[in-house]
Each structure stands twice: as structure tokens, then as C-alpha cells.
Ligand binder design. Sequence first.
Ligand SMILES: [Zn+2]
Length: 118
Amino acid sequence: MGRLLTFDALGKRNIPVASNECSFCGEVEETVEHVLVSCGLAQSMWSVLAQWCKMPSIFLFSFHDVLELHKFSMFEKEKAILLHAVCLIAVWCLWKRRNALVHRGIPTQVSDWRRFKL
Ligand SMILES: [Zn+2]
């Protein structure tokens, strides 16, 4: 909905930023789609989440896919609802990690996701 204040969203609001590159990888413009879906760090998180939920690999192409994942999970209704909640929490955690890096300089490593052993 354009409410998440990524660097590209700040730029569209004419708020100056030092750089509009992804906070995690620095390779492309920081957009919601990139930070939460296609960035390597995000993809590693989704991979760990899939393992944790005992699902096959997750292929996400947009943030909309994150919001719809539970509908195509093949889980029964109660588990699908839980999967949706887990996905929302994962998004929140990833955004908090992004903010920790941007505002406090605390980096996140791919290995951080592995702490959630099954
Ligand atoms: Zn990135």
C-alpha cells in the first residue's frame, strides 16, 4: 500500500536519503518487494521458514505472494491460518532487522536465521 518507508518510498515523498540502495545487500534500490521478498537475506529467511513449517521450497515473486502463500500451501484451514500468521511475523522481523541496520548499525547475517533450529 506504499506505507512502508523504504528508501524508494522516502524518495517519492521528497525526503532526502543518503542512498536509496538496499540496506542489506546494497545491490539494488530498496523497495518493499526487494527488502521483503527478493533480497538474498529475505530469500534465506523464506527458505528457513519453509523448512521450519515443513513445506517445500517457497518461491515468492512479489509481496502479494507473501500475503497469499497460505492459500496455496496445501495445509488444512487451521494450519493455513497459522502459516499466514507466521509469514506476517516473519515480515515484521525482517523489517525490524532492516531498521536495526539502518538506525543502529546492527547487521543481520544469513546465519542468524539458522538459530531457529527445528
Ligand atoms: Zn537487498
